[in-house]
Design a protein around this ligand. Structure first.
Ligand code: ZN
Length: 651
């Protein structure tokens, strides 16, 4: 086994984005989200639950007095913030922000214990109890997030301080965990360190980190099960309930069987996709075909049987988990923001090993639907759960829907999603292209410039478009590679018809390879390739096994899924039905949150006048024609709170 041949990813500082759709969000992350989250981490947001996260580090560093506050994994919020800062500094140097981050890193350094250990919860609250409850206490998870931060900060600033801290910690962890006698043959209850160790290996070249990641992945799910043994060891006492609890549910954190034998995505969805990401990383680094095949099976299970049309995953809030194939309820859904972000990571790793548009299609689906929906237009409030159907009264009065919020929340006591959104947005530039010696793959249609390595040289390509509103994309060579070179353009899965033009003249692609239209030439500076994707509003249906969508249709235009909102269509959206023959007319609504193409068309609404005082009655045809307006799903909940609906009854 050896390293697999993989496509390369452009470093963030080689991609400058200037985009119709994304520039707003990228500015938002720098100007609002990162500063706002810093305030939140320092407990300075009025009316929001205090985080304690920075304070915990200060107390552990001996700089402040006080007690540990927050959940057991609070350290990871500081880590995710630092990671986002690292990405942001890579593209937008900001001395004041960098100084702030340097100061936090200095505090983290002081909180590190002499042997390298770094976790404020166990240092402050349960000293002597390290590694005694891996199942519940997220110790390695927190370590993993800080490792990711260290790598991002090194790449963004060239500074090694946090990397050195985290290598010291990883070296220490390596003395604690492993197959050798005397070490713990265990792994974390929340996967994360596995993918982080691969990142640490990639920047340091230290094989020890790769081996440790592999140990955690290989060990998981072996018999006897580590978590069962650990549970017996602590006599069933739970960190969360402080009571004796029954044997752990092993599928919840994917330790029910060895990872290579897993065929269906089960359990907590964020844990699952973080693990699959690490498995794909390890398959790429080691050429482990069994691991790669497991990744392909799990990918296929999610994408063909367990993913919402918005790119959400995790059908139930019980355990924030996958349930089973085709079970995709729209109103009791979980679809945690973090889970979709993790699915982007998994897709990106799979895409490195195989340039196939199915992976980039999923990245696009999440980026244009879940991700911008999960953050408000002003960057100050967030969705944790991403429903496809909302009835606000049910969210407050039906206990089975309490987890679904009709309005974005300011901050969460368990604040995993907001910093995850920040780190993905701040690093979005790395998903646009990848390259090999002879080919540039354009996965996403995001405007800007990219500097592409070509042997010892490099060339600059500029992308312009008005995506996702218009389907015309132009790539211009500002400078050209000196030899023949192939440009591969993703033809999105939603696109039925496209045209390709070279310097304004229609051309046919030289080949279509796994969903990419390829064109190979000796290029000259100024050459322009234009891709014209037909972007029509389309009625979508779902596999008939998806009970929740039976007799319903959804609307999609380009990569955007649309929804109906009460603000445009009145209350009781379930009374509306649309015929798939209806013509939906697009127009640009500049008053809708930053401006967006909305769709208008004919539909029907059940006459409710005869239902004033009764619940049931004989069937009578009483549908009246109405005009409906659909808006992009990602903009829902930006006006007065009200109902929202993605899957509409078919007339
Ligand atoms: Zn989350």
């Amino acid at each position: 086994m050896g390293k697999k041949a993989c496509l390369s990813t452009l470093p963030l500082n080689q991609v400058t984005l200037r985009d119709t759709f994304w520039s707003h969000y990228l500015d938002l992350v720098r100007q609002t989200v990162i500063p706002y989250q810093w305030e939140a981490l320092n407990d300075r947001i009025p009316d929001a639950e205090p985080s304690h996260a920075v304070k915990n580090f200060k107390i552990a560093a001996g700089l402040e007095a006080g007690e540990y506050g927050g959940l057991v994994f609070q350290d990871s919020d500081v880590a995710k913030w630092l990671e986002a800062v690292g990405y942001s500094l890579a593209t937008h140097p900001d001395p004041a922000l960098e100084q702030l981050a340097d100061e936090v890193i200095a505090i983290i350094g002081k909180a590190q214990q002499p042997d390298g250990y770094l976790n404020t919860y166990f240092t402050l609250k349960e000293p002597g109890k390290r590694w005694t409850n891996l199942h519940e206490c997220h110790e390695l998870y927190c370590a993993g997030h800080m490792m990711e931060a260290a790598v991002a900060y090194l790449k963004g600033t060239g500074k090694r301080a946090l990397l050195d801290i985290m290598c010291r910690y990883a070296d220490y962890i390596d003395t604690v965990f492993g197959s050798e006698p005397g070490k713990i043959q265990g792994y974390d209850g929340h996967q994360e360190i596995e993918l982080a160790l691969v990142k640490l290996y990639e920047v340091t070249g230290n094989e020890k980190y790769l081996s440790l990641s592999r140990f955690f992945i290989d060990e998981r799910g072996k018999t006897p099960n580590f978590f069962v043994e650990e549970w017996k060891g602590r006599r069933g006492l739970s960190h969360w309930t402080k009571k004796v609890e029954g044997e752990p549910n092993l599928a919840y954190n994917q330790s029910h069987k060895p990872v290579r034998e897993q065929t269906e995505a089960v359990g907590h969805s964020v844990r699952a996709v973080y693990m699959y990401t690490a498995m794909a990383d390890l398959a790429a680094q080691t050429g482990d075909e069994a691991l790669y095949n497991a990744c392909k099976r799990l990918w296929s299970n999610i994408i063909t049987k367990q993913m919402y049309i918005t790119g959400g995953i995790g059908s139930t809030h019980h355990g924030e988990a996958f349930t089973f194939d085709y079970d995709l309820p729209n109103d009791t859904v979980y679809a945690e923001t973090c889970a979709s972000i993790g699915l982007v990571f998994f897709a990106h790793r799979m895409l490195k090993m195989e340039a196939n548009s199915v992976y980039a299609d999923v990245i696009e689906r999440i980026l244009y639907n879940i991700l911008p929906s999960a953050i408000s237009r002003d960057g100050r409030s967030f969705f944790y759960v991403n429903p496809l159907e909302v009835w606000p009264e049910a969210c407050s009065k039906n206990p089975g829907k309490h987890h679904v919020k009709p309005v974005r929340q300011k901050w969460f006591g368990c604040a995993c999603c907001p910093p995850n959104i920040a780190r993905l947005l701040a690093s979005i530039g790395q998903y646009v292209y990848s390259f090999s010696d002879s080919t540039l793959y354009t996965h996403l249609y995001i405007g800007g410039k990219a500097n592409i390595p070509y042997g010892e040289e490099s060339f600059v390509i500029q992308q312009e478009n008005r995506y996702p509103w218009e389907g015309r994309i132009t790539l211009t060579f500002e400078t050209a590679p000196s030899g023949p070179y192939k440009i591969a353009l993703r033809i999105p899965g939603w696109c039925r018809k496209y045209g390709l033009y070279l310097n304004g003249k229609p051309v046919l692609p030289d080949s279509i390879e796994n969903g990419y239209a390829c064109i190979e030439r000796q290029w000259a500076a100024g050459d322009a390739i234009t891709l014209e994707l037909e972007m029509a509003a389309t009625f979508m249906t779902s596999n008939p096994r998806v009970r929740a969508n039976a007799g319903k249709l959804a609307i999609q235009r380009g990569p955007l899924v649309y929804c109906l909102e009460e603000a445009d269509n009145g209350s009781n959206l379930s009374a509306i039905s649309i015929s798939p023959d209806s013509v939906l007319t697009p127009y640009f609504d500049e008053n809708l949150a930053g401006g967006a193409i909305v769709l208008q068309g004919k539909a029907y609404r059940t006459d409710e006048s005869r239902w004033a005082n009764n619940l049931y009655g004989p069937v009578a045809s009483s549908d009246n024609p109405v005009q409906i307006k659909a808006i992009p799903y990602y903009l829902w909940g930006n006006r007065e709170p009200g109902e929202m609906l993605v899957w509409v009854r078919r007339a």
